[in-house]
Design a protein around this ligand. Structure first.
Ligand SMILES: Cc1cc2nc3c(=O)[nH]c(=O)nc-3n(C[C@H](O)[C@H](O)[C@H](O)COP(=O)(O)OP(=O)(O)OC[C@H]3O[C@@H](n4cnc5c(N)ncnc54)[C@H](O)[C@@H]3O)c2cc1C
Length: 372
């Protein structure tokens, strides 16, 4: 049986990025995935990820970012968050933040394709079949239902929100101008992420988090009714929106594995933590895991084995605070905006307007999202 330095199990965005990062260090990597290589997905992935500057920098280093088609990545220059009424608004801008962009919206399927192309040229990565592999370190990036995590007996308590995120692609008759829009209206959270497909400046990726029953209704209703529901929810603020894809829905949960490493293994990405997509941070956290693990490995003492628990503990320590903080932040926001109680409603709407008038606090909030 061939021997590898690392076996990466799971070739999603996180596992593929890790394989590329470790290959760049000259380590031999076995990459496994239960889905056959190059197999077409049964359903096109309708998600578009909001990636922060740190994630984009990592993808650039891995030579993936510049390989993405121009219209598959779109810079967000402004962000507008709206509460229950028109007066409660929180606005962020890249210009006042002093950054090139607040985030970049990236087509999920194109990102996966670009990662696969980069892997095809990575000198030290070999796709291997399912089953045991002789490697010093097993990096598990199998996603939220990781079977190997279960076999290892790692606990990952799951909090179900009783909500699903409905995703779709939309076309607007009005240019998006790089503005991302989000509405927090109990119990819905609706995000329109600017995108340049199907037409430059006129596309949006929709992520609409709603209670399960409402998700069923949104998935099943005729196209005209769905577009009317969108118009009602957005009050036409992003122009007249038409549906230009299928609709897909994901159940929403909050979960964190403990521990995230042990002798010879480490968890990364959704296999280690799952957060509500309202802040668009799940993959950003996963790519943060990749950065940290690759860095810890690169900085190890020459005599230290890759599977040494002390080495992997360094990785776990680096990721503990960002992971916990993001879980609490997204959950706190969701709870705050989920209640219809008049007092809470008043409080959160005033809170949005108050934060909007406090540039230092806004800068702090934005930098949290930009760097996590
Ligand atoms: C609607 C929605 C919108 C989102 N928007 C954003 C956003 O804007 N920004 C953001 O940062 N994040 C976002 N996320 C979160 C993001 O989608 C996930 O965090 C990210 O896809 C996780 O990637 P991963 O590689 O860890 O897991 P996955 O993408 O689940 O990949 C896991 C891989 O492992 C493979 N696998 C599974 N089991 C095995 C096994 N036993 N052996 C081998 N291989 C196996 C699978 O085939 C798969 O290829 C969103 C999520 C949702 C649901």
């Amino acid at each position: 049986m061939p021997k590898f330095d690392v076996c990466v199990r799971g070739a999603g965005a996180v596992g593929s990025s890790l394989a590329l990062a470790l290959s760049r260090q000259g380590l031999s990597v076995a990459l496994q995935d239960t889905a056959p290589e190059g197999a077409a997905a049964a359903q096109p992935d309708l998600r578009a990820y909001a990636l922060n500057a740190a994630s984009v920098a990592l993808l650039r280093e891995l030579k993936v970012w510049d390989a993405l088609p121009e219209d598959a990545r779109c810079a967000v220059h402004d962000m507008r968050v709206q509460g229950d009424d028109a007066a409660s608004v929180l606005e962020f801008s890249a210009w006042t933040q002093g950054v090139e962009a607040l985030a970049w919206i990236v087509d999920a399927a194109e990102l996966q394709r670009a990662l696969a192309s980069a892997l095809a040229f990575a000198p030290h990565v070999q796709r291997v079949a399912d089953g045991p592999v002789d490697a010093a370190l097993l990096a598990l990036a199998e996603g939220k239902s990781s079977a190997t995590r279960e076999q290892l007996g790692v606990a990952m308590p799951v909090q179900r929100y009783g909500q699903r995120a409905v995703a779709a692609r939309l076309r607007s008759d009005t240019a998006h101008a790089g503005v991302a829009r989000q509405w927090f209206r109990s119990p819905d959270v609706l995000a329109l992420l600017p995108f340049d497909r199907p037409e430059p400046q006129h596309g949006y990726a929709l992520v609409w988090s709603v209670p399960d029953a409402r998700a069923d209704a949104l998935m099943d209703m005729p196209v005209a009714a769905f577009e009317q529901a969108l118009a009602d929810a957005t009050h036409g603020a992003a122009g007249a929106l038409t549906l230009c894809s299928e609709r897909a829905a994901w159940p929403l949960t909050l979960a964190r594995a403990e521990p995230v490493c042990g002798p010879g293994w480490a968890l990364l990405g959704d296999a280690a933590h799952v957060v509500h997509p309202l802040a668009g941070q799940g993959l950003n956290l996963g790519l943060g895991d990749v950065r940290s693990l690759a860095q810890v490995i690169a900085e190890r003492e020459p005599w230290r084995e890759l599977g040494d628990p002390r080495l992997l503990q360094r990785y776990a320590r680096r990721r503990a605070v960002p992971t916990l903080a993001m879980g609490q932040f997204t959950d706190g926001l969701l709870q705050l905006f989920a209640s219809d109680a008049p007092v809470l409603r008043e409080l959160r709407n005033r809170g949005l307007s108050l934060v909007n008038g406090l540039p230092p606090l806004k800068r702090l909030l934005a930098s949290f999202a930009l760097d996590s």
